[in-house]
Design a protein around this ligand. Sequence first.
Ligand code: GLN
Length: 502
Amino acid sequence: MSSLTDLGAAAMLAALRTGEVSSHELTRACLERIQDLDSSYRAFLTLTPELAMKTAAAADRRWMDWRKDPQTPPPPLLGIPLAVKDLLCLKDVRLTCGSRILDQFIAPFTATCVQRLLDAGMVPLGKTNTDEFAMGSSTENSAYQVTRNPWNLERVPGGSSGGSAAAVAAYLTPAAIGTDTGGSVRQPAAFCGVTGLKPTYGRVSRYGLVAFGSSLDSVGVLARSVEDVSLIFAQMAGVDPLDATSQDVPVPDCSMDGVKSLAGLRVGVPHEYFIAGISPDVEKAVRSAISVLEGLGAQIVEISLPHTSYALPVYYLIAPAEASANLARYDGVRYGLREGGRIPGDTLLAMFEKTRGLGFGAEVKRRIMLGTYALSAGYYDAYYGQAQKVRTLIKTDFDRAFEQVDVIAAPVAPSTAFKFGQHSDDPLAMYLEDVFTLPANLAGVPALAFPAGFDRQGLPVGLQLMGPHFREDLLLRTAHAYQLVTDWHRCLPPTPNLAKVN
Ligand code: GLN
């Protein structure tokens, strides 16, 4: 073992089980690596070293108890360090959502999915950077810092879960939690060369996830292998009485035992995902990944998802509309920042205006304005109402496709990681980065991104698999079969700082 931080979650568990390492050692190794390297990546917004070391010590005591008395199995993630996107509540820890408006806010409770991971034995290392309120595709919209892509420090890590993706790619943590409203787990996973799952809408509780687009938001996982993603996903999933949209559908067995061949699996390839504008390198890597699936026995079927081109305008009406309602709560009264309202003559309205004017960044303001417009009397039917109808057509596309095929394979994003500032002045160009990820959110289906090669500049390319509602197991098992015969997910970022690790 060259370095403890090289280990993925499953390998860490195996080493903890044999007693080869302690959670104390694993956690310390991650924290030291963060200390040494995160000034280059800037993936973390808040670190929780005391909480981490305390939790690790408790995990080690439990492992010792288990060794003395192996009757009761230890919790499934006992002693594994993890990072959490700073859009999810962890009690008594700062929660910023990448926004100034929540700068000093301390979470008063823990999100259900995070609590489930804690109950399963997770050791929380800290909170990772995000675009403000998860609005963005590059993490450049964070009010605090710019996170760098470990594959090339001049490039964005993708977004909005860019902090989580960079932390996993740079071996600062074996895995991290992200959120995905329109692609925010999958696109940064693809840009940073890691594996990321967006579960079915309703599969993982949203209680304690700060709302962006409530009908689209889902909590997912990023790690360096499908096996690790699956291990963690299994602990987060399941119905929660605190989230009325969470679904009581049994979580299928996501173990990877016996996965090898894909014989009998029908993989649909939608021609609408290979449009003009997609980078030729991305298309080449994606097509060759699809032929690897074919080589494993899958049957490749050309399919059509005819309403794909509407996903972008539909999403950019529905998501801002929901965001404008969800963000109305940041008024300077109940949460975080308050500006004005203290001097005589300062009205309540002035306080709202000053607080929101100073607290929100440009992209959040743009979304609030777009969303408020789309919902306003007179325009509601023409924009929001119409978008909802087209959303149904997009969902129907998927329903029809899944009568024909088991999973759908497609690119994650039209390009690989772009340079800082490349899309900063052009919101539309930034929104276009999401064309291939938005449909799964609009339809509510699960989707998985995983490494499928590199472009000519040495930047990772991802393959996306989408599946029927609640069939994350199909996606995970298919991708695992792929990872058994390919090495893309094992490649390390070649940054000078990481040269020592092999
Ligand atoms: N990039 C998309 C947006 O800006 C998706 C973000 C997300 O999934 N949170 O809305």
